[in-house]
Write a protein that binds this ligand. Structure first.
Ligand code: AMP
Ligand code: ZN
Length: 114
C-alpha cells in the first residue's frame, strides 16, 4: 500500500471503482477513459511500478492473474479476442505508477491503430 497511489486506494476501498472482479492477487476494474468498447484494467494488489522491480513471487502472481483472466474471458465478454498492454514508464504512456494490465476488446483491433 502506497499512500498517494490511486490504485492502492481503490484496492483498499478508499476510492470507488467499477470493479468487475477481485481475488487475493488482483482487482479488475473498468477504465474510466476507455479507448476501446471494452477496456478493463487488471491491477495487481501489491504496489510496484515496473516489471523489472518484480520479485519472482510477484512474477508468479502476475502469471496466475493472467491465467485467471483466461478462465474468465467469457464472463468478461472477451471470447472474440482481446489485447493486453502494460505501459512501462511515462515514455510508454504510463500515468499511474502501480503495475496494471490494460485489457482491450469489443471491436476488431487493428495493430496499426496503436
Ligand atoms: P496507464 O496510462 O497505463 O498508467 O493507465 C492508467 C489508466 O488508468 C488510464 O487508462 C486511465 O484512464 C485509468 N484511470 C485513471 N483514473 C481512473 C479511475 N478513477 N477509474 C478507472 N480508471 C482510471
Ligand atoms: Zn499502488
Amino acid at each position: 500500500m502506497e499512500e498517494n497511489c490511486l490504485f492502492c486506494k481503490m484496492i483498499k476501498g478508499d476510492v470507488t471503482s467499477s470493479k468487475v472482479f477481485e481475488d487475493d492477487n488482483m482487482i479488475i476494474i473498468k477504465d474510466i477513459n476507455p479507448i476501446a468498447p471494452i477496456h478493463y484494467l487488471l491491477i495487481v494488489k501489491e504496489h510496484y511500478q515496473f516489471l523489472n522491480q518484480q520479485s519472482i513471487e510477484q512474477a508468479h502472481k502476475l502469471g496466475e492473474c493472467l491465467h485467471k483472466l483466461s478462465i474468465m474471458q467469457s464472463t468478461l465478454g472477451l471470447d472474440k479476442g482481446y489485447r493486453l498492454i502494460i505501459n512501462q514508464g511515462e515514455f510508454a504512456g504510463q500515468s499511474v505508477h502501480h503495475l496494471h494490465v490494460h485489457i482491450l476488446s469489443g471491436k476488431e483491433l487493428k495493430w496499426e491503430q496503436l
